[in-house]
Design a protein around this ligand. Structure first.
Ligand SMILES: Cc1ncc(COP(=O)(O)O)c(C=O)c1O
Length: 396
């Protein structure tokens, strides 16, 4: 987690960059992001390609930062492909995973040399020309249950994603009949049981081996997706453990491996700040970020964000504490970030509330409910803060 020293620095430094209308700020902590990306790379063999899921944090400057470090990007829509290209990402470092590619989109990506384009169904293969210059992959549903929460579990038997691995013969036949060179799977977000995921990896490899037995070398890329929950690097074991499992499963094989992590990379590498607007009855505070920024949390179950209270000069307010409900700004009853959060009794109007680990699936899911302005985004490089984007209205 980002240290309170750094949060303090960011608050103090950003005061010259905010005005009265900046009632909240979204902060990218680049040293933390860089450390996480390096840890990810170190957890897998050197040749493995890591495509970071754009959907998790699509800020254009964030994409540029990731691309400049040499990582690939995973795009879930044609719009995200355009964003990847605008960020300077070469086509052969983009993975395209939309489950609803139009014929027109397929025509476009078919000519993007080296781009990995994963089809979601075998029928989609018929939409490709016979000699595309992109690399075509088939998304396989491994039909495993890794312990992901139901909403993020994309590998159930009835999942809308990929071709069930139980249809192995159909997958083999289709791969042999079409210009397919890759297989892909993404078992779901927030996987808990890595031994189950090991079985999924084994079944993906078995399928690729089966195809290659008939047509040697045809499948040469295996895209194993993302899906690990966030964890702090100081306590990290899961990413390293997962890397070890992947190494075991693919030992002595020549497949080029590709990953597609999102949440694990981004969540801990960002935080948010909101002015405390009202303190009511010493039991409830109203802030300026709610279900518009914390869409998943407000509509499902809130993550246990670490909350702290600060003065403008970066001094943390500490001392006696009591429980507060933290209400967001939207006009609907469920718009709470936390219930009974422990905060200083002295919390007052005008203080900053810091909310840790907000780098994933927050800015990306900004909601137009109540049409509030997307906050200013700033980046902290360990020394100084830079404005990445100004407040942006979505009223169009
Ligand atoms: C195809 C695909 N790849 C990668 C990801 C990133 O998942 P995570 O953030 O859990 O790593 C997602 C998330 O929805 C996805 O659908």
């Amino acid at each position: 987690m980002i240290s309170t020293t750094d949060i303090s620095k960011v608050i103090a430094q950003s005061q010259g960059q905010v005005n009265e209308q900046d009632t909240s700020l979204i902060v990218a902590h680049l040293p933390s992001l860089n450390r996480r990306l390096a840890f990810l790379s170190d957890s897998f063999s050197e040749e493995t390609l890591h495509a970071i899921a754009i959907k998790t944090n699509p800020h254009p400057q964030m994409l540029k930062h990731i691309v400049d470090l040499g990582y690939c990007l995973e795009a879930a829509s044609i719009e995200e492909i355009n964003m990847a290209i605008a960020a300077g990402c070469p086509a052969d470092k983009i993975i395209f995973d939309s489950p609803v590619k139009t014929r027109r989109e397929i025509e476009f990506v078919s000519g993007m040399t080296g781009m990995l384009v994963n089809v979601n169904s075998l029928g989609e293969l018929d939409r490709f020309p016979t000699n595309p210059t992109c690399i075509v992959g088939i998304r396989v549903n491994p039909q495993v249950h890794t312990g992901a929460p139901e909403m993020f579990d994309v590998s159930r038997n009835e999942s809308k994603f990929g071709v069930p691995v139980s249809n192995a013969q159909d997958i083999v036949d289709a791969a042999l009949a079409h210009p397919v060179e890759a297989l892909h799977m993404h078992s779901g977000s927030q996987m808990k049981d890595l031994e189950v995921q090991r079985q999924a990896l084994i079944s993906l490899k078995r399928l690729a081996d089966q195809i290659n037995t008939v047509s040697p070398g045809k499948i040469h890329i295996l895209d194993i997706g993302g899906g690990l929950p966030s964890e702090s690097l100081s306590e990290s074991t899961r990413m390293a453990e997962y890397g070890a499992i992947v190494a075991e499963v693919f030992t002595d094989s020549n497949y080029l491996l590709v990953t597609e992590f999102g949440q694990w990379v981004h969540a801990e590498a960002g935080f948010a700040l909101s002015r405390v607007e009202y303190v009511l009855d010493q039991s409830r505070i109203f802030i300026h970020l709610g279900a518009d920024f914390f869409m998943r949390d407000a509509y499902t179950k809130a993550r246990p964000f670490t909350l702290n209270i600060w003065c403008d000069d970066g001094t943390q307010i500490q001392g006696a504490e009591r429980n507060f409900d933290v209400a967001g700004p939207l006009c609907f009853a469920g718009d709470y970030l936390a219930y009974g959060a422990t905060l200083p009794t002295d919390t007052a109007e005008g203080n900053w509330l810091s909310i840790s680990s907000t780098g994933a699936n927050t800015y990306a899911l900004w909601s137009r409910h109540c049409s509030r302005t997307v906050p200013k985004c700033i980046a902290f490089d360990g020394e100084k803060t830079t404005i990445w984007s100004e407040r942006t209205t979505i009223n169009f």
